[in-house]
Design a protein around this ligand. Structure first.
Ligand code: FMN
Length: 335
């Protein structure tokens, strides 16, 4: 998730679930081609399995970026066709690409030809182009209605990217509005249409489908898994990472359970922090993902303040994490 997640966040989340497939935030193909590739693509081996999400619309650039992702050790290459931000649309990638299925198919084919990894596509159930919308139809009406024309466009899009080699369709079950809604509103106002995603699954029984949008509990996830191959969690996993442990326990009842405690998490992150600081990393870049760890627990507010203020102090290091745990719970970590 752009501006939220990064490799430190993925390392943290991995501690809650050994098997969840973690995704990078969208990284543009152009940045990988022309930017600091090692910084953009570097990750810790413990993050596996991890997928690289690319943004772009030029088949050749995407092919080179996908190959760079394969060389860097990623497990999957994903193309973003779901981001509705104006900034992204003006670069001609993200959700606006759903209006150009042939172009996306060309991109997917080029990516598949350049890597041996699975190539997947993240999409929405539909797109409302507010610039092309009839003026008498409000945005709210346009996002709320879902008619046969909407479904036919989605069906055509999925069919074309699948024929081009897309191995998994990841579908955010909301329409995206291009222009007229902020990215945040675009994740909240358009109603969730899991029924549409289920219809896609029925129409493409051989294509693995992952549903995304508004999933907050392991029972909601298990409900969706009765008709599709996977669920993708965004905000809930970021704000309440224990949902990943709950899902792990529900999906792998025969595996030894993680019994992850908050203090074990902090100890794991203290080790990681020591390694990262030695490489020149910043403590606050790591701790910013961990502020919600004690959410809903006694001492949560004190922990949060202690961690965020302490991480900015000169000379602060891994011990800050242990002291934060001690503050929140009275737990003592032996060093
Ligand atoms: C801050 C933020 C940044 C996001 N960035 C991306 C992104 O880079 N790529 C992507 O596919 N989706 C991105 N998303 C969308 C999420 O992946 C997800 O589709 C959406 O939040 C709905 O799922 P949720 O209800 O589980 O959060 C972002 C969401 C948020 C909140």
């Amino acid at each position: 998730m752009m501006d939220w997640t990064d490799r430190h966040c993925r390392y943290f989340l991995r501690g809650f679930s050994p098997h969840a497939l973690l995704y990078t935030e969208m990284i543009t193909a152009a940045a990988i081609l022309r930017g600091d590739r090692a910084r953009l693509l570097g990750f810790d081996p413990e993050e596996h399995p991890v997928a690289l999400q690319l943004g772009g619309s030029h088949p050749k650039e995407l092919a080179v970026a996908a190959r760079a992702g394969e060389d860097a050790g990623y497990d999957e290459i994903n193309l973003n066709c779901g981001c509705p931000s104006d900034r992204v649309a003006s670069g001609s990638f993200g959700a606006c690409l759903m209006l150009e299925p042939d172009r996306v198919a060309e991109c997917v084919a080029a990516m598949c030809a350049s890597v041996s990894l699975p190539v997947t596509v993240k999409m929405r159930v539909g797109v409302v182009n507010s610039h092309a919308r009839e003026p008498r139809v409000s945005i709210r009406e346009a996002v709320t209605k879902y008619d046969e024309a909407d479904y036919e466009s989605l069906h055509e899009f999925v069919g074309k990217v699948r024929s081009a080699g897309c191995q998994v369709a990841i579908i955010h079950a909301r329409k995206a509005v291009l222009g007229g809604l902020s990215p945040k509103d675009n994740r909240e106002i358009p109603p969730l249409r899991f029924d549409v995603v289920e219809r896609v699954k029925q129409a493409f029984p051989q294509l693995p489908v992952i549903v995304n949008g508004g999933i907050r509990t392991s029972s909601e996830a298990l409900g969706a898994l009765s008709w599709c191959e996977g669920v993708m969690l965004g905000r809930e996993a970021y704000h309440r990472p224990f949902v990943l442990s709950e899902l792990h326990a529900a999906l792998y009842p025969n595996e030894p359970q993680l019994q992850t405690s908050r203090e074990e998490m902090l100890e794991r992150m203290a080790h990681y922090t020591r390694k990262e600081l030695a490489r020149g990393g910043r403590l606050s870049s790591i701790t910013r993902h961990m502020l919600g760890l004690y959410g809903g627990q006694p001492g949560a507010r004190e922990y949060r303040r202690f961690l965020s203020e302490g991480a900015r102090e000169a000379g602060a290091g891994p011990e800050l994490l242990r002291n934060a745990a001690r503050l929140a719970t009275g737990y003592r970590v032996s060093t």
